[in-house]
Design a protein around this ligand. Structure first.
Ligand code: NAP
Length: 500
């Protein structure tokens, strides 16, 4: 972290080509495949990381030829890579892609899949299940029956991993029946973000922060993931899910784990995941009456987001007219460990909020005694702001003397701008995660016991809400959520970062 003008940008190391692989993409025509996965693969191909001999086989029910599928993929890559799309590299990338129609529930279709894949000993075989989770059981059963799951196979799963502890258990058991835990890659794409990995580097690559990273030094922590978008075309799915399950159970709790975990002995997958699990298990349960004090849920009403009018949640297509699904959650989490006892972690996420932003704010204790006068003499604590969206940067706010005769302090930001500090292009989340799965590196994927522990903490909150007659509090689209969210944090004498 430096504001030193003399510091020179450091080059990203040139990527060495990765090993050849076979990627079988269930749901190959879907939104995730077209918007994220294929563009991510093309980027890695353009970087020279994906080597000839690798194959991507897309599957879905729609009857496309490989040529027609490549045309769809090209349009998607062109759209989502924008200026980075290189026409001259398309043919080479397209040659890796093929398509086969397959109904995931039809046993007969899997014989053809086995023939297409053939035997490639030593080549990692990845099955990316980019379909609705209710197809996971059929896909796993049929893959196993067709004898396609080899010891080199890996199964990649997207969220949602269930809707509660019981359904998550069923999914994990289904997948666990055909593959060992070390073959299962559960994605939380927030973990693939460069800034999240930089948080690990910041914490465990520098001696500076670790002594401060605890009660007595940290006053409180905020994690905000705010979206301006509404539910878009996912109204039906979202109405069954809500913000607690869609965002808090996975993304926000994973960020909390990275932030709060003890230093792992190594960066090996299980060393890191063991420490994350301990955080999840140390979360103080929130249930019954406590849930109504320590959590706030909201649902958006019509309003103005940016410069545009936005309708309310209840008017969204696919949403029940009397829905009680929350589109906003704010809560106070507490971690019962020696390191974090007494340090509140405020989590907040929602749709149709004022800004599109994801950030973590670590607020440190104030100085015990100020020797300076003036407005910022002592009230302004140091803050570390880790921003994940829309841009990725890490900022440390300190107080410095402002020029002039008087000894007046003003806040100044020391900013680590990743784009400026390093030459080259950081990997986007899915590029990173696909690459790690191909390499067999599980560190940035969730282990089954983490998923279970997260649901075990979430389920009592959900149950308390279901038993509460009040339902979610309304908030205007374009605001920062219901007023009760500000009250939640104000009760402890703090304010959300955007309210300061
Ligand atoms: P989607 O757009 O609805 O795509 C579903 C895909 O599954 C399509 O390719 C569909 O193609 C295929 N499919 C449906 N039924 C099938 C069957 N019986 N046999 C074979 N293929 C079948 O869904 P998505 O948005 O891409 O999401 C995929 C998964 O990722 C879901 O679990 C979702 O929750 C998760 N996810 C998505 C996003 C995102 O940004 N989209 C983000 C996070 C997680 P056909 O109709 O041609 O069969």
């Amino acid at each position: 972290m430096s504001t030193d003008a003399r510091s020179t940008p450091t080059s990203h190391s040139t990527p060495r080509p990765g090993p050849p692989f076979d990627l079988v993409l269930f749901g190959g025509t879907g939104d995730l495949a077209m918007r994220k996965l294929l563009p991510a693969l093309m980027r890695r191909y353009m970087d020279g990381w994906i080597t000839p001999g690798s194959r991507v086989l897309a599957l879905a029910r729609t009857r496309h030829t490989t040529e027609a599928y490549r045309a769809l993929a090209q349009a998607a890559c062109r759209q989502h890579l924008g200026a980075d799309f290189r026409e001259d590299r398309w043919d080479g990338f397209a040659a890796l892609l093929s398509y086969a129609p397959l109904d995931a529930t039809a046993s007969a279709d899997y014989a053809g899949l086995a023939t297409l894949l053939g035997a490639r000993p030593g080549v990692p075989r990845l099955f990316f299940l980019s379909t609705a989770p209710d197809l996971f059981a059929a896909i796993c059963r049929e893959l196993a029956a067709a004898g396609i799951v080899t010891p080199e196979s890996r199964i990649m799963l997207e969220k949602p991993l269930g809707e509660d502890a019981a359904s998550a258990r069923r999914i994990n058991e289904t997948v666990g029946a055909i593959a060992g835990e070390r073959q299962i890659y559960r994605i939380d794409h927030y973990l693939g973000k460069e800034t999240v990995q930089n948080l690990l580097a910041l914490r465990f690559g520098n001696a500076l922060f670790e002594p401060l990273w605890r009660r007595g030094q940290v006053r409180h922590v905020q994690i905000t993931v705010a979206e301006q978008l509404g539910v878009e075309s996912r109204g039906e799915f979202y109405d069954r899910t809500g913000a607690l399950r869609d965002m808090v159970q996975n993304h926000l709790l994973q960020l909390l784990c990275i932030l709060a975990m003890e230093p792992p002995a190594t960066s090996a997958a299980d060393a890191v995941r063991d420490e994350k699990l301990k955080v999840l298990r140390a979360l103080r349960p929130i249930g019954d009456a406590e849930a109504l004090i320590k959590t706030v849920r909201g649902q958006y009403r019509p309003g103005v987001v940016g410069a545009s009018r936005a309708g309310g949640y209840l008017e969204e297509p696919g949403v029940a007219g009397d829905s009680r699904t929350e589109t906003f959650v704010a809560l106070k989490a507490e971690i019962d460990t020696w390191r974090w006892a007494g340090v509140p972690f405020y989590l907040r996420t929602g749709k149709r909020l004022h800004e599109h932003v994801a950030e973590i704010v670590v607020t440190f204790e104030q100085v015990p005694h100020s020797i300076f006068e003036g407005p910022f003499s002592s009230q302004l604590p140091n803050r570390l702001v880790i921003r994940l969206q829309p841009d990725e940067c890490i900022t440390l706010r300190i107080l410095a003397k402002s020029p002039g005769e008087a000894m007046r302090l003003k806040p100044v930001d020391l900013a680590l701008d990743l784009g400026e500090s390093f030459k080259g292009r950081p990997l986007e989340a899915y590029e990173r995660l696909l690459g790690d799965a191909i390499l067999g590196n599980l560190t940035l994927f969730m282990r089954r016991d983490e998923v279970d522990a997260a649901w075990n903490w979430i389920d009592p909150i959900r149950a308390a809400w279901d038993a509460d007659e009040q339902g979610p509090r309304p908030y205007a689209a374009g605001s920062w959520g219901p007023a009760a969210s500000s009250a939640l944090i104000a009760r402890d004498g703090f304010a959300w970062y955007d309210e300061l």
